[in-house]
Design a protein around this ligand. Structure first.
Ligand code: MN
Length: 281
């Protein structure tokens, strides 16, 4: 009699324990999944992955450090994409003039949709007709951490940075090949735009009046944009029949639209890209 009761108690306890754990972790899992999917939904909506070599997802394998990447992107107008890892994705800003090491410069940085983690290694050509068509170079990469109270714990650093992001004032230290030292990203309301921020170098030993964008080679492949454009191993072999359907993707508002057109350049660019599309497909 006693034994059965004890057995029942154990079974009951186990039942509730398993039920509790499943509930707890299943919910956490679902919330994480939802957050990630929500975060990248705009990114995915703007792109057709059968037509662009751009990555769709990815997860960080770097345990103790947050990473950043700055990509040089020769789209409708040349700009730099400044991306900081947070919440498993890359928080992204398009910087028309590119970063500066001069604390006097305040570089306009338009916040754009989150990009998947794997984007940090993307270098190649986004084919004509796709969103953000043009050549992409990994201009700089490295790790970063919050300026104040940085810890060895990635999650804790991320928490601090997310709080600053939501408050509209990020202060961090970069350990890149070109960008080093203290930087700030401060939300502004330039021309009434909700997504405009300023990228500013703090005055430290890495501050310099020298134009850092003169360093114009990929930190990964040492190639210039022209070299990537001429000989890219990342050109997507898209389907010709499907090409007409892609056109509308290009006209959606967002990253590329927020940067004003440079007419002469875009005309020249389009014609060369068209030629390339004809020969490569
Ligand atoms: Mn871009």
């Amino acid at each position: 009699m006693m034994e059965t009761r004890a057995g029942n108690n154990v079974a009951g306890f186990l039942f509730y324990a398993i039920h509790y754990l499943l509930n707890k972790y299943w919910l956490t899992f679902c919330r994480g999944l939802e957050k990630n999917c929500m975060s990248l939904s705009l990114y995915k909506k703007k792109r057709s992955f059968t037509k662009t070599p751009e990555p769709q997802g990815g997860k960080s394998s770097i345990k103790n450090q947050l990473v950043f990447v700055v990509q040089k992107h020769d789209a409708t107008r040349l700009h730099y994409d400044f991306r900081l890892e947070m919440e498993g994705v890359l928080k992204s800003w398009a910087v028309p003039k590119g970063p500066s090491l001069n604390p006097e410069d305040k570089r306009l940085a338009m916040m754009v949709e989150d990009h998947p983690f794997d984007y940090r290694t993307f270098e190649g050509i986004i084919p004509e007709g796709n969103y953000g068509a043009g050549t992409v170079m990994v201009w700089d990469e490295g790790t970063y951490e919050p300026l104040e109270d940085a810890s060895d714990n990635k999650k804790e650093n991320e928490k601090k940075l997310l709080k600053q992001l939501h408050a509209g004032s990020l202060k961090f230290v970069m350990h890149g090949k070109k960008l080093k030292g203290e930087f700030a990203l401060v939300k502004t309301h330039y021309q009434g735009a909700e997504n405009s921020w300023l990228l500013i170098k703090h005055n430290d030993k890495y501050a310099s009046e020298k134009d850092v964008t003169e360093k114009d080679k990929s930190v990964v492949t040492k190639r210039t944009l022209d070299q990537i454009e001429k000989k890219s191993d990342r050109i997507w072999k898209s389907n010709r029949e499907e090409k007409s359907k892609v056109k509308s993707k290009n006209s959606e508002p967002g990253e590329e639209k927020s940067i004003k057109k440079s007419a002469t350049k875009s005309v020249k660019k389009k014609s060369t890209l068209k030629k390339k599309a004809k020969t490569k497909q």
